[in-house]
Each structure stands twice: as structure tokens, then as C-alpha cells.
Design a protein around this ligand. Structure first.
Ligand SMILES: [Zn+2]
Length: 360
């Protein structure tokens, strides 16, 4: 140990204010926190945060067809699946102890109001049915948004002349909030009827949780859980996801409805409102650049809290590992432990299957 390190250990042990002998060698004293780091057994015994496979939710991108396993270039190790291959991949993850998958749909065709999301034969309902049939204990979460289904890539129908419900008093391109709520309610009923255990509205549409709860309850799906993307930030870290889900906006961006990075208190208001509307689980997304938000939500609300380690967080670790600059497994594990330590109860992560295997 260098003299500098030794001195700093002495300070950590509270020796700054303690009279010392005239010896040039500072004693570490009776408190030596290194004792508890001496072996892997001790480190495990005093570990304050435990990451386990049962904390993880595995995202799967599902498109129509059979036998599909299409690599996603910007997300190494991730693929677009068809319902049958999604079942195989989910089974592989479940065998390592991953309890849940979250499904994103890539429809055959898109239109201005995202009607593909209402199709009971669409990729997500088809995959949900197949998963519940083959793996009844696996939890199926349906990401509920329209951006994968609209031809303009926004999270619901937008205000354009000639389109249904055009409003000349609103700006062109404005996302039509309340029309989107109706559609979210209808699509949620379709997905829940197909077997989704959890509906996860991700569009940051005002009132989405209440609208979905009302629609589900009216359809007899009162046991379907709502996991709300309550504090979802307009983030540059979503870049690779838009390749994966084939859903980049063709004009504008999502900053009119997703949150602005500098805000903390607004996240707490979003969470509070979603809980008041009936959310069972709330989420912060992305995770790593927003650990303070996870901590703030954890400190102020008792509901289960999810965090989404997004595509950019995943891909940048992979990219640096490919260059030999970072250790893939070490960085993946450390980032997930950090998210858990910040206060997340569960983490949506593209590393889910790998991490579950590493932990096992
Ligand atoms: Zn969306």
C-alpha cells in the first residue's frame, strides 16, 4: 500500500480528529473495514445489494411469421423474433431463472393511427398466446404504445389536416392525447385477452394509466397489472431501440410528451399521478443516467419500482467490450447492481438472459 492510500484509510477510520502518537506510521486502529472484504465469502455475507435472476425482465421484439431470428445490428446478441422463436428464447431465459419478458411488436404494415396495435392477430397478441400456452408460469408484459405501429413513428395519432379528429386549433404534428387514450384502452384489452399478465403503457400520454385501467376493468380484466413507464425521459440513449423496433419518428421528436432530462420533481409528480390513476408498478427509464431519479422515486413512494436499462446503455457496453476497452460481464453486472442499489426492485435489461446465466 502506498503512503497516500495508507493515510486515506486512516482518515476513513476516523483518525483525523483523534490524537495520534508521534510515530510517522499512522495506525489503522481497531476499525478496519478491509476485514470485511478479506474473502469472497465475507464480501458476500455483508453485501447490501443482491442482484438475482428473479429481478430481471427480458425484452423481446416480435414480428409476424415463423422461424424468424433476425439480428439487430446496433444491439449485439439481440434479435427480432417471430412468436414461435420468441417462445424458444423466452424458455432459454426462463431456464436460467428470468421470470418475465416484455414484448414489443413490429407489425406487417403501419398507418397513421397505428391500427395494427388493435389487431388480435398482431405479433404481440400472437406471441402472448404462444408464450402463455407453452410457458404458463412466465410473466408476459406487453409494452403498450403506438409508435411501432404508426407510419409517422409517434406514440399515437397526430394532428394533421385530412386525418380523423383533426383540430385546426392545435399545431400540426401535435400528438392527440385524448384520442390516443381511447386507442390505448382498446389495444390493452386486446393484449390482455391474448394472455398478457401486465400492460406497460410507455407513451407518457397524460391519463394513460386511468384510461387503460377503466378499459381493462370494463372488459373483465381487473386482475391485469399495469406497469407504467411513469418517468420516461426523452433520451438519446434510445437510439439502438429504434432500429430494433423500426420506430423512429419521421418528423419531430418525442420531447413534447416524454420528460426533459433536467427534471426531478416533475418525475415525482408523474409517479404520483400514475399511482393515483391505478398504476400497480411504476418505472424510471433510462436507468444509468437517471439513478438519482430512481433513488428519489424509491424514497417517496412505496409501490414496486422498475428501471429500464435501455438499448444505448446495453450497446455502449457491448461496443466498448468489442474494442477491448471494457470487460463485458464486469460492466454489465456492475451497471445492474448500481441500478438495484439506487432503489429499483426489478430491471428491464437486454442482458437478462446472459446475466441470469452468469449468476447461476
Ligand atoms: Zn411510443
Amino acid at each position: 500500500m502506498s503512503k497516500d492510500e495508507h493515510t486515506s484509510e486512516g482518515r476513513k477510520a476516523g483518525h483525523d480528529s483523534t490524537p495520534t502518537t508521534s510515530s510517522s506510521c499512522v495506525s489503522a486502529g481497531p476499525v478496519r473495514l478491509r476485514r470485511l472484504r478479506f474473502s469472497s465469502g465475507l464480501r458476500a455475507l455483508v453485501s447490501e445489494t443482491h442482484l438475482s435472476a428473479s429481478d430481471l425482465i427480458y425484452p423481446l421484439f416480435v414480428r409476424p411469421g415463423t422461424g424468424v431470428k433476425k439480428p439487430i445490428e446496433s444491439m449485439p446478441g439481440q434479435f427480432q423474433w417471430s412468436p414461435d422463436t420468441a417462445v424458444e428464447e423466452a424458455q432459454a431465459a426462463a431456464e436460467w431463472g428470468v421470470p418475465a419478458v416484455i414484448l414489443f411488436g413490429i407489425p406487417e404494415s403501419k398507418d397513421s393511427c397505428g391500427s395494427g396495435n388493435l389487431d388480435p392477430e398482431g405479433p404481440v397478441p400472437a406471441a402472448a398466446r404462444a408464450l402463455k400456452r407453452e410457458l404458463p408460469d412466465l410473466l408476459v408484459i406487453s409494452d403498450m404504445c403506438f409508435c411501432e405501429y404508426t407510419d409517422h413513428g409517434h406514440c399515437g395519432p397526430v394532428n394533421l389536416p385530412g386525418e380523423e379528429r383533426y383540430r385546426p386549433d392545435l399545431p400540426e404534428g401535435y400528438l392527440l392525447n385524448d384520442y390516443t387514450l381511447e386507442l390505448l384502452g382498446r389495444a390493452s384489452v386486446v393484449h390482455a385477452s391474448a394472455g398478457a399478465d401486465v400492460i406497460a403503457p410507455s407513451g407518457m400520454i397524460d391519463g394513460m394509466v386511468g384510461a387503460i385501467r377503466t378499459a381493462l376493468d370494463a372488459a373483465g380484466s381487473e386482475h391485469t397489472v399495469i406497469m407504467s413507464y411513469a418517468a420516461k425521459y426523452a433520451s438519446a440513449f434510445y437510439g439502438p431501440f429504434r432500429d430494433a423496433a423500426e420506430s423512429p419518428p419521421t418528423f419531430g421528436d418525442r420531447s413534447q410528451y416524454q420528460m426533459d432530462a433536467p427534471n426531478v420533481r416533475q418525475a415525482l409528480r408523474e409517479v404520483e399521478l400514475d399511482l393515483a390513476e391505478g398504476a400497480d408498478i411504476v418505472m424510471v427509464k433510462p436507468a444509468l443516467p437517471y439513478l438519482d431519479i430512481i433513488r428519489a422515486v424509491r424514497s417517496t413512494c412505496a409501490a414496486p419500482l422498475a428501471a429500464y436499462q435501455v438499448s444505448g446503455e446495453y450497446s455502449m457496453i457491448h461496443a466498448a467490450a468489442d474494442k477491448g476497452w471494457l470487460d463485458l460481464q464486469g460492466c454489465a453486472m456492475e451497471s445492474l447492481v448500481g441500478i438495484k442499489r439506487a432503489g429499483a426492485d426489478m430491471i428491464i435489461t437486454y442482458f437478462a438472459k446472459d446475466v441470469a446465466r452468469w449468476i447461476a
